[in-house]
Ligand binder design. Sequence first.
Ligand code: GLA
Length: 391
Amino acid sequence: MTNDHPRHLAQTPPLGWNSWNAFSCKVTEADIRAAADALVDTGLREAGYEYVVVDDCWMAGETDSAGRLKPSADFPNGMAALADYVHDRGLKFGLYSSAGSHTCQGYPASLDREELHAEQFAEWGVDYLKYDNCGDHRGRDAVDRYAAMGDALAGIDREIVYSICEWGENRPWEWGRNVGGHLWRATDDLVAKWRADPDEFGLGVADVLDRMAELDVAAAHGPGGWNDPDMLQIGNGPASGQSEHEPVHVQRPLTKAERRSHFAFWCLLAAPLMIGADLTSLSAFDRDLLTNERLLAIDQDPLGMQGTPDRRDDDEEVWSKRLQEGAAVLFHNRSDDAREISTHAADTDVPAGSDRYRVQDCWTGNEWETDGSLTMTVKPRESAVVHVTPR
Ligand code: GLA
């Protein structure tokens, strides 16, 4: 099993953009170039978003005679030229494949051709591989299939962040690091809904949070290896200024309150933040949300702790996350009415041993002091987030 994979990569959760949520299988080279340009123009690169990842459907329907992947006609200049374009903008380039015979959309994938494909990725200048779980597994278990690609990546002369997309089916938080993974999906696909219809494909934001609260995954999470609750759906849906594309996974736009909560929770989870929107039509609201420095600092805190729930009931939730200095506390209103939600520092991950604390509201920047009691007024589906530091 892999030991010499680049462990120093992904010391904080990777930040970037991925084509799937907005472009699905219609993605083209022009879309990727436009996304790279937009990351620079919108200030998202400056805020830390650095990976530009082409998801499923970049490959032609057939490999070459040796089994190598070929880009589709929608990528006429090829992947090395596209990687150069991305690198020239100070960004990093990612591609997608699957640990099976085919990708989820039926394109050729990498099982039993791991070394050949890893060499291609290195030649092209790939910095990040998202590795899905679709296609025929040829009777091999997940650990074996993901270790094969981890070993292949360890054997090439290029450092590639290895993103395991196994949907949490075989507890990847228990073996993801050992096969060379830097992040692993803990949950099923997130759709642009607060709650998904159980009969439909995918999970809503609140469904993913229920799963993350239930799963005993936080211990596995930290510098070099991250639980991944899936890519962001902020900026998707007609009311967010979506383009004419018709993404298969976009059901309806999230409201502003829901988008704020989505982002706040992902930061509290120290989740990888992969933007999933068409950046050429991103609203000012969504851009400001995605570049909120106080929230991003919580996500990127060097300790790399995953926030966990302190209490959850039908109407309200309180979660907290230990930070290098103090802790972040999130108050979420699940009900349909505004609520005052209270907790005490002693009931959260705020470090003990003080009777005075400085508190900062991460949305407004307002600051105050407290003896430890914390009360926030929170609108329906909103989340208040405070940074609490012992004095
Ligand atoms: C799976 C993954 C998604 C996306 C699609 C592409 O559903 O979980 O994130 O990559 O495949 O087909």
